[in-house]
Write a protein that binds this ligand. Structure first.
Ligand code: SAM
Length: 248
């Protein structure tokens, strides 16, 4: 690739992705804080504010992991006194969902407001037109076929429904990208080793960030899946971006 990495073979990629999250499901929250210096919390808060759910929001949070996005949704709904809202968390890894369920019980969430369903973003186990909002945060990068994920998002959304993605992206500025690369390649694998005992897995995560399409290319892919009014916003100089689109 233009970043000088060999493209990871697909089967190998799937295997690696699965292994990474199985091994670290428990340490996952600690790692997120350590790697992003806690900033992932701000990005996720901002992401939920951008979605700004309303009454009757039926959200599907894909690659939802241990529930970080779903829990923000539940908090938002509570704070804003929204009626008739529900979130379904889906993830390919049952271990992540198990950790999420435990967290949700501890937080005393209404079990009628949240559902957990194991599933692959590329073949969602839901009927057409089932939801009016779809979120995927730090998840699409790990999927083998981004186009299939987008196609599935489009299928399960109702007309008028909104797609929103929070994902690592590319920095606006070359000097900042250089500094960020130093951090990514030199600090992340070390933290991965120290906290999770997984040097290679975290090296892979850094590479997967580099291989993900940039803001404009990803926007185009979302449009190709049929979404309209597709926009994006950079956070932290483009370290991450929020893409949004509507099924009209
Ligand atoms: N959205 C959560 C968050 O922001 O904290 C979790 C993000 S975590 C970095 C990525 C998640 O994607 C993992 O839980 C992993 O199991 C899941 N994942 C990877 N490939 C997937 C796929 N094809 N379908 C569904 N989930 C997938």
């Amino acid at each position: 690739t233009h970043f000088g990495f060999e493209k990871v073979k697909e089967s190998e990629k799937e295997h690696k992705v699965h292994k990474v999250f199985e091994n670290v499901a428990q340490d996952y929250d600690v790692m997120n804080d350590a790697m992003s210096l806690g900033i992932h919390r701000i990005w996720k808060d901002y992401f939920m504010c951008s979605l700004s759910p309303t009454h009757n929001t039926k959200l599907l949070d894909v690659a939802g992991g241990t529930g970080d996005i779903a829990f923000r949704f539940i908090d938002y709904v509570k704070t804003e006194n929204l009626r008739n809202c529900h979130v379904t968390v889906t993830d390919i890894n049952a271990n992540m969902l198990e950790v999420g369920k435990i967290r949700s019980t501890t937080l005393k969430h209404d079990p009628n407001q949240i559902a957990w369903q194991e599933g692959n973003a590329e073949h969602l186990p839901f009927k057409d037109n089932s939801f009016n909002a779809y979120t995927i945060a730090f998840g699409i990068r790990n999927c083998t076929h981004i186009d299939k994920v987008l196609e599935e998002a489009y299928r399960v959304l109702q007309p008028g429904g909104r797609f929103m993605c929070l994902e690592f992206s590319q920095l606006e500025n070359a000097a900042a990208q250089w500094a960020y690369d130093q951090y990514s390649f030199q600090v992340i694998p070390v933290l991965g080793q120290l906290i999770a005992g997984e040097w290679k897995a975290y090296q892979y995560l850094v590479e997967s960030i580099r291989q993900f399409p940039n803001q404009e290319s990803f926007k185009q892919m979302i449009e190709e899946a049929g979404f309209r009014q597709v926009t994006y916003e950079n956070l932290t100089l483009g370290v991450v971006a929020i893409h949004s689109g509507f099924k009209l």
